[in-house]
Design a protein around this ligand. Sequence first.
Ligand code: GLV
Ligand code: MN
Ligand code: MN
Length: 407
Amino acid sequence: MSVAARLEEIAGLGRDPSSGGYRRLAWTDPDLALREWFAGEAASLGLDVETDRNGNMWAWWGDAATDGAVITGSHLDSVPDGGNFDGPLGVASAFEAVEELQRRGVQPGRPLAVACFTDEEGGRFGVACIGSRLSSGALAPDRALALRDADGVTFAEALSRAGRDPRSLGAEPDRLSRIGAFVELHVEQGRGLIDLDRAVAVGTAIYPHGRWRVDFSGQPNHAGTTRMADRRDPMVAFARLVLAAQAQADALDTPTRAARATVGKVACTPNAVNAVPAHVTGWLDARAEDEGTLDALLETITGEAAIPGISVTVTEESRTPAQHFDVTLSQHIAGLLPGAPLLATGAGHDAGVLAEAGIPAAMLFVRNPTGISHSPEELAEDADCEAGGRALADVLADLLTAERLPR
Ligand code: GLV
Ligand code: MN
Ligand code: MN
């Protein structure tokens, strides 16, 4: 097969015809269909599939109970109206690499699994990397179970509806301690590889990042009779938040010190055209190359949103420190891929969560010619997908047959 052909198999799953984007939110029907596809791909390669207590899937080549396993893979869920590459490219490339290793007659000296982590995007319940964070212990089951989606459905209810037992959630220290190396291939989500004119890069780190909910409350009132001077309009404060996010991050985002801030989600009540709103909630996503810049960014943005008469509450929904991939493993991988540049990223990944938990983790990025991601315009050319699949196969062949894993 080919990586592109595998992606084509799922190209119809969860696609919204009106936007052309994918709505593969965790534990919805498209997610369940993708899980079936994962099981089918695994079966066709003779891999044994297991779903762990947190809903992450593992397709094993070799004995899952043996220490020092090499794990590859990514996720299959998407943001609302995302592309077909963010996540699936890593899973499809992993299956393609396994097929390539089998074709080459590689005899693995240790087990290998293709992993698919649950709800990496946090597109439904607001917290990213739920599956890997539950397994590493970074997210407590009680907190996860109480999360709600936009329709008020809790994570616990969503699990039950999908036929899973919500009480099964929990950390998996034994499983994670058996991982000798995790290598996640992912579509690049910016312009790094376009600028460098290369197809594949090795990841170095993920910038510190987080999500904050900012609640504004004012005085709901009539749009026609309330004098402008008498208004307490939370929408105005919200607008200041958006403008401050743009201006502050823009001022700090330089080629040597990245800073990003986005307000991509908003809710307004009562949401009526002829009423000054009662409440507005905006979600701020902020990221920066270092913790100090992120702190400064957050403080200035939320400070600038404050106006008299409007109450402002800032709630941290998640915050992830800088995550550094394993230097020895990453340098070893770079040595196997001559000419592959090293890239840090502002996007979050399960590989970062595992790295934070002390697991040797590394990433490969595949060029995205549009430089656009979390959008239907996200892309990877067929030739680059195959280059990525071959690079992953070369890396896995080395790790599976090395006397000892790089430490
Ligand atoms: C995940 O892709 C994220 O960085 O939000
Ligand atoms: Mn992703
Ligand atoms: Mn993503």
